[in-house]
Design a protein. Sequence first.
Lengths: 108, 155
Amino acid sequence: MNLRRDVFQAIADPTRRAILMLLAAQSMSAGAIAANFDTARPTVSKHLQILTECELLKQEQQGREIYYHLNPHKMKEIADFIEPFRQMWDERFNKLEAIMKNYQAKNK
Amino acid sequence: MEPKTKVHAEEGKQDLLITRTFDLPLDLLFKAYIEPEIVAQWMGTKVVKLDVQPHGGYQFETSDDKGNVVFKANGTIHECTENKRIVRTFEMENAGFPVQLEFLEFESLDDNRSKLSMQIVYRSIADRDQMLKLPFEYGLNMAHNRIQELLATSK
């Protein structure tokens, strides 16, 4: 559970969310990512480190540069976290729909 | 295929949006929210009180098969505009969660389909996230219990 909590802490920060959004489109080098922010490069590096540590990002050496890309498994884990909540409402609404269809048929 | 029920919860916000499309005409969808007998059926709870009008309120009570009350909830109605909108509060009793504010918007898509958009505002970001995680944690507990049962019987 600790790991999951870490993931949520990681995405609670707006800069880190912005980094994830950037990398959703393509993998990028640390320098190219930093160029998108006004924050100092070491600050961006720190964010990249946190995102990598909780496995939201993966590093890949390409020549002299390290490229970052999203770890799709971990991103899915975040989505899965609220899936039971969605299912709970979905089941409730399915029931409502079934009951009202029945009501509609009876009152025609 | 797009899911009929969607949950939109942005990180770092204290509200969330639940949307659902129904294969029901708008008036029937709205009726499901204001008729006590119908609410009792789909919510699976006893409706002690349901008075959907400004300054009105509601009270739900659910008991287990032995008759012990296991769930109690109540709220106040702030606005009710027929086939359009309900604004209300929702509070679980003795559960330790603060009251939440709910905006329900009803709209017609065509003669046989309608849509509900439900915005729920929580007291804090932490409260919202906790409510989001409840069903997940419940599922996790159920899985743990099941594993323990299996282990116990295989001994």
